[in-house]
Design a protein around this ligand. Structure first.
Ligand SMILES: C[S@@+](CC[C@H](N)C(=O)[O-])C[C@H]1O[C@@H](n2cnc3c(N)ncnc32)[C@H](O)[C@@H]1O
Ligand SMILES: [Zn+2]
Ligand SMILES: [Zn+2]
Length: 171
C-alpha cells in the first residue's frame, strides 16, 4: 500500500520506529521561498498589508524572482496592519541566522536554520526503525548582507554545522 502523509517535518504523522529509510532534501539555507505561507483569520476579502516597519522581513508574493530569496529573511508569523489576519509560515530555510551554536550548549533557540533542522531530524529519529537509514541532502550557502554571524559572501559550511549539531543531538 502506498500512502502520502503531508505535514510539517517537525511533526511527522507516523508511528515510532515504523520507517525503514528516510531520504530528504530540506530547503538549503537562505536560498528559496517555497511560497508556503498562508493568512489565517482576519477579513478574507482584505488584500493584507504588513506595516512598513515589518516590510523588510516580509516575503513579497509578487517578487520578480519568487524562488530566489536573495537577502530575504522571514518571520514564522506576521500580522496584517489592516485586518489583523496572521500570516503563518512553517517553511524552514529563510531564517536570518544559519546557526546559533545552541547545539553545543544543549539549547535550541527556535529561530536559526540549524535549530529548525534539528527537530526535523529528531522526528526522523523517532519514526525510524533501529535498522533504518537516514539520507540528508544539504548544500552550503553564501552569506548575504543580512546574514547573522557571517560577513557577506562568506561560504557557510551548512552541511558541517548540521553534522556537528546532529552528532551533539545523539546521531
Ligand atoms: C529542496 S525542496 C525538496 C523537494 C523534494 N525533494 C521534491 O522532489 O518535491 C524542499 C521542500 O521542503 C519544503 N519544506 C519547507 N519547510 C518545511 C517543513 N517545515 N516541513 C516540511 N516541508 C518543508 C518546501 O516547501 C520544499 O517543497
Ligand atoms: Zn488583512
Ligand atoms: Zn539556534
Amino acid at each position: 500500500m502506498i500512502s502520502l502523509a503531508c505535514s510539517d517535518a517537525r511533526r511527522i504523522p507516523l508511528a515510532d520506529q515504523s520507517v525503514h529509510c528516510v531520504i530528504t532534501s530540506p530547503p538549503y539555507f537562505g536560498l528559496r521561498d517555497y511560497g508556503t505561507a498562508t493568512w489565517q483569520g482576519g477579513d478574507p476579502a482584505c488584500d493584507h498589508k504588513v506595516p512598513p516597519s515589518r516590510k523588510g522581513n516580509y516575503p513579497e508574493s509578487n517578487r520578480k524572482q519568487q524562488t530566489n530569496s536573495g537577502s530575504l529573511t522571514y518571520r514564522e508569523w506576521t500580522i496584517c496592519g489592516k485586518c489583523d489576519a496572521v500570516r503563518m509560515d512553517a517553511q524552514i530555510g529563510l531564517e536570518a541566522s544559519p546557526d546559533c551554536l545552541g547545539w553545543a550548549r544543549g539549547e535550541n533557540c527556535g529561530k536559526c536554520y540549524i535549530c529548525h533542522l534539528r527537530p526535523c531530524a529528531a522526528e526522523v529519529w523517532r519514526v525510524l526503525r533501529d535498522d533504518g537509514t537516514f539520507w540528508l541532502n544539504l548544500g552550503s550557502s553564501y552569506a548575504s548582507a543580512n546574514t547573522v554571524m557571517f560577513k557577506p559572501k562568506d561560504l557557510i559550511p551548512i552541511p558541517w554545522l548540521a553534522a556537528l549539531a546532529l552528532q551533539a543531538d545523539g546521531w
